[in-house]
Design a protein around this ligand. Structure first.
Ligand code: GLA
Length: 393
């Protein structure tokens, strides 16, 4: 891969003197969905697919940005004087956003760069190609300019740029998973405190299979932001009622156990908001239970919690879609499937399933046939491996 990328860099930029090759991974979330902006737990892992970058420092302020995934766009020229988002700047808004975020932190970038990118995450699949590009850019800047930033900082800077430069109000999960990834481990992260533990994903005789629905519904960003604000309003209602009753401080929805929520939920004055909050509270509990089950070697229980997570995301949080529901329901009916659910932000994208080795072929055949018959569409399968965070190759 490294040779191929260096060769490509030479083709685009003339030669590859003074370059270095970097990589940052994408992620898949095993359980804990839409909990990261509710102060709850998540359980994602970094993948071995992600974004590669070949970078070389320049002696002026120019930014020459080229992506092998968007060859037709050619080299997109910009400069350090233009670290502002533009609609027509397309994918370059991500690396530029990270440069902007470094400068916001007082890390002045003195020279521009030539940068060639190559992403191995399928476009729009919901496996966090944007977070991997943000973490990649951060790790290039850190190395190129000797900035003293930790991998955790790279995650926070990536999220900050995505929120404030790219206008997507995402939580910390994706960038954290990319920046802090560890081979064969998932990351049990408490998003309220950013305390985390690695948990080995030991799936004897089974694999993680990601199924791409190849659907991406257009309402993703607006619906995501709407879910966020519904949860915020529900939290305020709970906090107000609790304060009136002289109760305890409720910091976030993730701060409540299901029992505590049930005892207080009537403070939420709208049925839809109540369902959204219910999902956030119960999903947080499911995530903690799932990690405990995995640690105890009870993979069957882990799978059942994945299935329950899907039902809650479908019915209470309403972030699934018919295509994804078909893929998940069909998966549940295949012998050897331990668990299956939607993963990521929702409204399309991918499902994540744990499938016994001997059932993987049948799983693919059955899902592909059913998806074609019931939705008239084709899906793609990736048997994924859990990889490390950002590296210099
Ligand atoms: C997207 C966001 C994450 C997280 C998930 C849902 O991937 O970027 O921060 O909220 O949706 O779990």
């Amino acid at each position: 891969m490294k040779e191929k990328l260096l060769e490509e860099f030479s083709k685009v930029f003339g030669d590859n003197e003074g370059t270095k090759v970097y990589f940052a991974p994408g992620r898949v979330n095993l359980i804990g969905e839409h909990t990261d902006y509710n102060g709850g737990h998540v359980f994602p892992c970094a993948l071995t697919v992600g974004t590669y970058g070949v970078a070389r420092k320049r002696t002026d302020h120019k930014l020459n940005l080229y992506s092998m995934n968007f060859e037709n766009l050619g080299v997109i020229e910009s400069s350090l004087e233009d670290l502002v988002p533009h609609d027509e700047a397309g994918w370059t808004n991500y690396p530029k956003g990270v440069m902007w975020a470094f400068e916001k932190r007082g890390k002045k970038i003195d020279y521009g760069m030539d940068l060639l990118l190559y992403g191995t995450i399928p476009n729009g699949s919901g496996l966090s190609s944007s977070a991997s590009l943000e973490v990649l850019t951060g790790s290039i800047l850190r190395d190129m300019y000797g900035f003293d930033v930790s991998n955790e900082d790279l995650a926070l800077i990536g999220q900050y740029s995505e929120n404030n430069f790219n206008g997507c109000n995402c939580g910390i999960m994706d960038q954290f998973a990319s920046a802090m990834g560890k081979k064969d481990n998932a990351i049990f992260l408490d998003t309220a405190t950013l305390q985390f533990e690695y948990a080995p994903v030991v799936l004897e005789g089974a694999k993680i299979v990601v199924t791409n629905s190849n659907v991406k519904h257009s309402l993703v960003d607006s619906a995501y932001n709407e879910r966020r604000s519904q949860c915020e309003t529900a939290l305020h209602e709970l906090q107000e009622a609790e304060a009136k009753a002289g109760g305890r401080e409720i910091k976030s929805l993730g701060d409540l156990t299901p029992d505590e929520f049930e005892a207080r939920k009537d403070a939420i004055k709208d049925d839809v908001r109540k369902l959204r909050a219910k999902h956030a509270v119960y999903e947080n509990q499911r995530t903690m239970d799932a990690v405990a089950a995995l640690r105890a070697g009870d993979i069957e229980k882990f799978g059942k919690l994945m299935n329950a997570s899907h039902v809650s995301l479908r019915d209470d949080y309403e972030v699934s879609c018919p295509e994804i529901d078909v893929l998940v329901e069909e998966a549940w009916h295949v012998d050897g499937v331990i668990g299956s659910r939607i993963t990521g932000g929702g409204f399309g994208g991918c499902t994540v399933s744990i499938v016994k080795d001997e059932a993987i072929d049948t799983f693919k055949e059955k899902l592909a046939a059913a998806y074609s018959e019931r939705c008239g569409k084709t899906c793609d399968f990736y048997v994924v491996e859990i990889g490390d965070g950002p590296v210099i190759l």
